[in-house]
Design a protein around this ligand. Structure first.
Ligand SMILES: N[C@@H](CCC(=O)N[C@@H](CS)C(=O)NCC(=O)O)C(=O)O
Length: 92
Protein backbone atom coordinates (compact mmCIF):
# COMPACT_ATOMS: atom_id res chain seq x y z
CA UNK A 1 0.00 0.00 0.00
CA UNK A 2 1.33 3.41 -1.00
CA UNK A 3 -0.13 5.31 1.90
CA UNK A 4 -0.38 4.34 5.54
CA UNK A 5 -2.52 6.35 7.94
CA UNK A 6 -1.89 6.10 11.65
CA UNK A 7 -4.92 7.24 13.56
CA UNK A 8 -7.46 6.71 16.30
CA UNK A 9 -11.11 6.58 15.25
CA UNK A 10 -12.53 8.82 18.04
CA UNK A 11 -10.00 11.51 17.05
CA UNK A 12 -11.70 14.20 14.97
CA UNK A 13 -8.36 15.05 13.34
CA UNK A 14 -8.11 11.42 12.22
CA UNK A 15 -11.72 11.46 11.02
CA UNK A 16 -11.06 14.53 8.86
CA UNK A 17 -8.13 12.84 7.12
CA UNK A 18 -10.10 9.60 6.60
CA UNK A 19 -12.96 11.63 5.15
CA UNK A 20 -10.71 13.41 2.63
CA UNK A 21 -8.93 10.20 1.61
CA UNK A 22 -12.23 8.41 1.10
CA UNK A 23 -13.74 11.33 -0.83
CA UNK A 24 -10.70 11.32 -3.13
CA UNK A 25 -10.76 7.52 -3.45
CA UNK A 26 -7.20 7.29 -2.22
CA UNK A 27 -6.47 3.75 -1.04
CA UNK A 28 -4.71 3.58 2.30
CA UNK A 29 -3.79 1.17 5.04
CA UNK A 30 -5.21 2.22 8.39
CA UNK A 31 -3.18 1.56 11.52
CA UNK A 32 -4.85 2.14 14.88
CA UNK A 33 -2.84 4.05 17.46
CA UNK A 34 -4.92 3.73 20.61
CA UNK A 35 -4.68 7.03 22.48
CA UNK A 36 -6.61 5.59 25.44
CA UNK A 37 -3.78 3.07 25.93
CA UNK A 38 -1.09 5.69 25.45
CA UNK A 39 0.20 4.04 22.26
CA UNK A 40 0.86 7.47 20.74
CA UNK A 41 3.59 8.04 23.35
CA UNK A 42 5.10 4.58 22.92
CA UNK A 43 8.70 4.20 21.74
CA UNK A 44 7.76 2.59 18.40
CA UNK A 45 5.21 5.22 17.45
CA UNK A 46 7.42 8.13 18.57
CA UNK A 47 9.97 6.94 15.98
CA UNK A 48 7.29 7.48 13.35
CA UNK A 49 5.67 10.64 14.76
CA UNK A 50 8.10 12.38 17.17
CA UNK A 51 5.36 14.65 18.61
CA UNK A 52 3.33 11.59 19.56
CA UNK A 53 0.04 12.61 18.02
CA UNK A 54 -2.37 11.38 15.40
CA UNK A 55 -3.14 11.44 12.56
CA UNK A 56 0.10 10.68 10.79
CA UNK A 57 0.60 9.72 7.18
CA UNK A 58 3.54 7.70 5.94
CA UNK A 59 3.91 7.59 2.21
CA UNK A 60 6.33 5.66 0.02
CA UNK A 61 7.16 8.93 -1.73
CA UNK A 62 8.33 10.37 1.58
CA UNK A 63 12.13 10.53 1.48
CA UNK A 64 14.40 8.67 3.91
CA UNK A 65 11.97 5.85 4.75
CA UNK A 66 9.67 7.24 7.41
CA UNK A 67 8.71 10.82 8.14
CA UNK A 68 5.64 12.20 9.83
CA UNK A 69 3.26 14.04 7.57
CA UNK A 70 3.19 17.68 8.48
CA UNK A 71 0.23 19.82 7.56
CA UNK A 72 1.99 21.45 4.56
CA UNK A 73 3.11 18.05 3.28
CA UNK A 74 -0.38 16.66 3.74
CA UNK A 75 -1.90 19.60 1.86
CA UNK A 76 0.59 19.15 -0.97
CA UNK A 77 -0.20 15.44 -1.21
CA UNK A 78 -3.92 16.03 -1.16
CA UNK A 79 -3.53 18.69 -3.83
CA UNK A 80 -1.68 16.23 -6.04
CA UNK A 81 -4.33 13.56 -5.49
CA UNK A 82 -7.03 16.14 -6.22
CA UNK A 83 -5.31 17.06 -9.47
CA UNK A 84 -5.28 13.40 -10.48
CA UNK A 85 -8.99 13.16 -9.72
CA UNK A 86 -9.72 16.29 -11.78
CA UNK A 87 -7.49 15.12 -14.65
CA UNK A 88 -9.13 11.72 -14.84
CA UNK A 89 -12.54 13.39 -14.69
CA UNK A 90 -11.75 15.63 -17.66
CA UNK A 91 -10.11 12.93 -19.80
CA UNK A 92 -12.85 10.33 -19.46
N1 LIG B 1 -1.92 19.70 14.44
C1 LIG B 1 -2.31 18.32 14.46
C2 LIG B 1 -2.97 18.04 15.79
C3 LIG B 1 -3.26 16.59 15.96
C4 LIG B 1 -3.85 16.32 17.33
O1 LIG B 1 -4.02 17.23 18.17
N2 LIG B 1 -4.18 15.05 17.54
C5 LIG B 1 -4.69 14.64 18.80
C6 LIG B 1 -5.84 13.68 18.60
S1 LIG B 1 -7.19 14.51 17.80
C7 LIG B 1 -3.60 13.89 19.53
O2 LIG B 1 -2.86 13.13 18.95
N3 LIG B 1 -3.52 14.12 20.83
C8 LIG B 1 -2.61 13.43 21.65
C9 LIG B 1 -1.49 14.30 22.13
O3 LIG B 1 -1.28 15.40 21.58
O4 LIG B 1 -0.79 13.87 23.05
C10 LIG B 1 -3.25 18.01 13.30
O5 LIG B 1 -4.12 18.82 12.98
O6 LIG B 1 -3.12 16.94 12.71
Amino acid sequence: MVLKLYGFSPSTNTQRVVLVLNELNVPFEYVTVDLSKGEHKGEEYMKIQPFGCVPCIVHIWTPSRVKPATKPLFRMMMASFSMKVELSATTS
